[in-house]
Design a protein around this ligand. Structure first.
Ligand SMILES: [Zn+2]
Ligand SMILES: [Zn+2]
Length: 284
């Protein structure tokens, strides 16, 4: 099971790559740009080429880019909608340029508008983005916690969005454990996890699930609160993560931790906990 962290690129791409190796990551996720803005740092073709080479010579097998948090494909605000589509297109290009294989995006919020209109806006946006994609980089939609009119908290909703793209392997799904739990899926129990996975199978297709975001949840089951916690220290807990990490349908998937980090030690501890739980080991 390829495992890694989401790391900051505030000190540059090469720093993030080195840090990921230092932390023992197999894979790495980074922001494509300032996560709270639209601006994106420029990378020259030369820099990109050097980075691709470093990446190839590193122990990191998969590089994932995460789009800005401002991205909203469900909005009825035309300006935000255009900016979002443009930013995702740019991020797909950026991924190709620096050797990234996947781009993960939040879907967006209707901000109180009609849900069905929101969903059809998302589909139209994906159709447009899809036309400029060359198939080398995969775009993944991430499930939301359902807070603030966010679309895509349920597998049925994501299934509805992805249905027109059946057979198109370049658009897929990323499952965030904190978001699913906060949205009301009791994935900390075997039965609840199985029901979610059956839902993914019937509404989305398991073959479209390409990535797990592994986060414990500060918020309760169904709280719709999107606050990540250290693995085992939140409401999903070590028992819950042992079930999730050892599930035969999940255990081979690439997994990215987006857990809180004050220091490297936080990351090292979360990594240790995950590796131990995967082996079915007992903690402490
Ligand atoms: Zn996530
Ligand atoms: Zn989150």
């Amino acid at each position: 099971m390829p495992l890694g962290f989401h790391l900051s690129i505030s000190r540059g791409l090469s720093w993030a790559l080195k840090k990921a190796e230092e932390l023992g990551c197999d894979i790495l996720q980074i922001f494509s740009r300032n996560p709270r803005g639209w601006r994106r740092g420029e990378i020259s073709e030369g820099e990109a080429e050097r980075f691709r080479e470093d990446l190839m010579n590193s122990s990191i097998s998969t590089l994932i880019l995460h789009t800005s948090y401002l991205t909203n494909l469900a909005t009825s605000d035309e300006e935000i909608y255009r900016l979002s589509i443009g930013a995702i297109k740019e991020d797909m290009e950026r991924a190709l340029m620096i050797g990234g294989q996947m781009v993960v995006t939040h879907i967006g919020s209707t901000k109180g508008g009609s849900r069905s209109r929101g969903i059809s806006r998302v589909v139209k946006a994906l159709e447009e983005i899809g036309r400029s994609m060359d198939g080398e980089v995969r775009l993944l939609l991430e499930n939301s916690s359902g807070s603030g009119y966010h679309v895509g908290w349920s597998v049925e909703e994501i299934g509805e969005i992805l249905r027109p793209f059946r057979g198109n392997g370049s658009i897929g799904f990323c499952l965030d454990t904190c978001h699913a739990f906060a949205a009301g899926y009791p994935i900390h129990e075997e039965g609840g996890l199985s029901r979610l996975l059956e839902g993914i199978q019937s509404s989305i297709g398991m073959e479209r699930l390409h990535l797990l975001h592994l986060n414990d949840s500060k918020g309760d089951l169904g709280s719709r609160v999107d606050r990540h916690e250290h693995i085992g220290r939140g409401r999903i807990g070590t028992r819950g993560f042992r079930i999730i990490l050892n599930h035969p349908l999940l255990r081979e998937l690439p997994m990215i931790l987006e857990t809180p980090r004050k220091s490297d030690e936080d990351d090292r501890r979360n990594m240790r906990v995950v590796r131990r739980l995967m082996k079915g080991g007992v903690l402490r």
